[in-house]
Design a protein around this ligand. Sequence first.
Ligand code: BGC
Length: 546
Amino acid sequence: MPAPPLDTPLFFFGLTTGVALTAASVFLINNFTASRAQRALAAAVADAVLAQQQLEHQGGELASPSSKLSPYLAAVVPTAGAGAPTPNGDLPALRRQSWSVPSFVAADGTLPKLEMEFTVSSKKLQKMVRHMVNEMRKGLEADGHMLKMIPSYVVTRPQGDEVGQYLALDLGGSNFRVCMIELRGQGQTAIRQAKHVVSDELKTGSGEQLFDFFATCIGDFLKSLGMDTREKRSLGFTFSFPVSQNAINHGELMQWNKGFSASGVLHKDVVVLLNKALTKANINIHVTALVNDTVGTLVSHAYRDPQTYVGVILGTGTNAAYVERMSAIPKWTGDKNIAEMVINTEWGAYDEESILPITSYDNALDRASSNPRLQIFEKMISGMYLGEIVRYVLIDLISTGELFRGNSTPKIQTPYAFDTAYMSRIERDHSLELSDTKAVLENLLDVHNTTVQDRRIVKHVCELIGIRAARLSAAGVAAIVTKMKRLDACTVAIDGSVFEHYPHFANRMRDALRELLGIMAENIVLEQARDGSGQGAALIAALHTK
Ligand code: BGC
């Protein structure tokens, strides 16, 4: 078949959205990606994005169009409009974020200072992307770097034709689920599951208690389905913490996060611990796969959409996994004949070198956390922490008398009492009097007689912190697709309560991606992937049972 004209894919991208867009891109990739020119374009743009960011960072400008890039750009992108390249072929000028100070903000108060501190400029985001790509490279070269870049041992992605029934255990941040997943082929699945909340006592008690709890939940679940616990079954274990893997079904816990500190688990093989608890409970289960939730999310989404190369969690914690070429993983000492492997970046650990725009509130939160100086990116982005940052800011505004006439409440003074779900409610409140915000502040945080001005200030604080989280998340995604040189077409599967429930989060991420990648951002499809981590573990178990 003759190669199609280069503008065909972008024409399609321009006409379609959502699922149709994904389907179109899959079709085009499958049929035309013989078009090596497309891949070359993506690679050239990725290089140019980094080059432009480098120059901008140094205060320079791209003197002449990239010789590699300009012929492609001239062929595929329009020359006018926002985000279009300049006539001489330079990358599009990046859109700058402009802030207008709300009228209720006193010019000399704390709020303008907060606006400055919590607003992450395009320039800062670009600098982050470049720095993150570099850190990813370092983590792929050797262990011991800021980004752990953990090889997951997942080397095949599903074809969509896998079938069978598989069990999965999914330990995320706040919940633990036991799932029975039926793979029906053609990307179809059916799932039955039991969800349990992991109490603070279990999170911080002994590891033995924690794993015994998992075994009990599995036994109860099998019984509820009328299944015999003595019958041999395969299981995929989603364990959402950094684990140094030495096989697809073995790995040692490197670090607890998200408020977990159960004793006797650190540096132990978590599959061995689970097996021990299962044997004790007389359950005949064989763990065929140990996977991070990001890896599970990527794989389960790829079952439906083969263009999925990135899996992200934006929930209680945050992290991302992506498909990397083996030749780009110098630290890999195993089988060299494998073409690609899913890498768990553990991006929550970014960044120790203070590229991140850390405020005094972030510092206070970090110092008081159960894992000080660790997971700084996670603490600025994820659901476990966003409400807590707001709480620190509110306490400051109360202390200066700018909020609630200087009156605090025991609830506001209680660590983690300002749930991130309150931020979602407040950001979703568009009523004139901000009545739902009033309900949150007065009924849940015991503040008496809030004024509309108080509520507006609280809402604005939530906006600043919510927008910052979305923009930082987008920088992470931009770094990964740039590292992969997949700016031509890539689906990013995203799971987690923040992405799913926090109002405007997805759109704020898309806006930031456009600032960072220009027109190429249209090729990066951010898709909600619900309950992907458990299903992914089942799929990986299926792939490895095959
Ligand atoms: C963990 C990751 C996990 C992420 C999302 C982080 O705290 O380190 O392994 O993927 O949370 O659950």
